[in-house]
Design a protein around this ligand. Structure first.
Ligand code: ADP
Ligand code: MG
Length: 365
């Protein structure tokens, strides 16, 4: 959730993509006569969470939909104020300022999300680690001071990156978090997924029956698509400009989250340094994957997993996927023989490869 220079658009909702034909079909179907009443579309876009947030709702009462959009944006702002490492009054910042000193009282939401992050740290052998904050800060990717850090300082930051040194305590008088001296929590790899879930819960609670939530490429859809059939989401091409997709996922009632090295980076001495770090070295992960898309019912899990699998790389990533139920993935791997796309069995029929230069491997998992 740090400031981004390269805005993430990992997933392109084809209904609003700059492909005129698709757009026309989409608009036609969004306004089609839906039984007795016409289907209304309400959309709101805003710069939040260091990215572009866009929520699209469908229903028959446009005034009501717009009110719900107001509530959704407020909910995103409320959660950003709790979870952002860049907002000094956030729960995360309070914890970071008291590292090694005392347990800090936090909201139940921040405490539980940190616990979820730690669970994924355990399951991924620390490839995903919310205590990566010192490393993230030293590189400053997405800020004006992005630079290759001093190796000594980077080594110290790697030593401080250890989720095992964090305790989340649920006491009768509230939730408390204690970190070790010098540790810095950064929930940038999971918070957008969590916020997506919270917005989804709010929408359902408000009676919305069909929606697309897009927090900078962290997508969730529920209800019926305005077009006949499932929702069609374009997956950002890892080597092409933003808005170009390599494949289409046809999904319903799930979250689709992509992580890739192309999302945020800076260049120095002809080398590109990106924003997903190998917690063992402190350097941007030298992944054999160009992008990882996770499709799962829960957006929090999908967000943590897309970041984790990118760090873990193909072999470790696939073996983790095998252990998980109801989690599908599209992995774009860089191999000597070219770019290979791996799709898990459960998704196979719901994925269409569009780039003829990429090869689809036999189904995995
Ligand atoms: P994006 O924010 O571009 O959607 P990700 O969900 O993959 O992408 O999250 C990347 C963010 O996660 C980084 O900006 C940083 O805040 C954090 N991060 C980087 N490396 C790790 C890691 N190994 N484990 C957990 N979080 C990480
Ligand atoms: Mg993530």
């Amino acid at each position: 959730m740090s400031i981004k220079i390269h805005l993430p658009r990992s997933i392109i909702y084809l209904g609003t993509a700059a492909v005129t034909l698709i757009l026309i079909i989409f608009l036609y179907s969004a306004n089609r006569d839906n039984g007795s009443r016409s289907l209304q579309k309400a959309q709101r876009e805003s710069y939040r969470l260091g990215t572009i947030v866009r929520i699209t709702l469908y229903g028959d009462d446009s005034k009501k939909l717009n009110n719900v959009l107001d509530l959704s944006m407020k909910e995103i702002e409320r959660l950003e104020n709790l979870l952002s490492v860049n907002i000094p009054s956030s729960d995360v910042s309070l914890v970071n300022r008291a590292s090694g000193e005392y347990p800090v009282k936090v909201s139940e939401e921040a405490g539980s999300l940190l616990e979820r992050a730690i669970e994924w740290s355990e399951r991924t052998g620390g490839a995903f680690d919310p205590t990566v904050g010192k490393i993230v800060k030293l590189w400053g990717i997405g800020t004006e001071s992005a630079a290759v850090p001093d190796p000594e300082q980077l080594k110290e930051a790697v030593d401080m990156t250890d989720f095992r040194k964090v305790s989340v305590l649920h006491e009768v008088n509230g939730t408390f978090v204690q970190t070790a001296k010098g540790q810095r929590i950064d929930l940038g790899g999971i918070a957008k997924g969590y916020i997506t879930e919270k917005v989804k819960a709010l929408l359902i609670n408000e009676g919305v029956s069909s929606a697309l939530i897009d927090l900078g490429g962290n997508i969730a859809v529920f209800g019926s698509s305005p077009k006949p059939g499932k929702w069609k989401l374009g997956l950002q091409h890892p080597f092409m400009p933003r808005g170009e997709y390599f494949g289409i996922a046809e999904v319903s009632d799930v979250s689709v989250v992509t992580s890739g090295a192309y999302e945020r980076y800076f260049e120095s001495g002809g080398i590109r340094y990106h924003h997903i770090f190998d917690t063992a070295t402190g350097y941007p992960a030298l992944s054999d994957l160009a992008s990882v898309t996770i499709i799962s019912e829960d957006s929090t899990d999908a967000d943590a997993l897309s970041t984790a699998l990118f760090v873990m790389g193909f072999e470790r990533g696939i073996s983790l996927l095998r252990e998980l139920k109801n989690v599908e993935a599209v992995l774009v791997a860089k191999k000597t023989e070219g770019t290979i796309v791996y799709v898990t069995k459960g998704l196979s029929k719901g994925f269409l490869l569009k780039d003829p230069a990429m090869k689809k491997a036999p189904e995995v998992q």
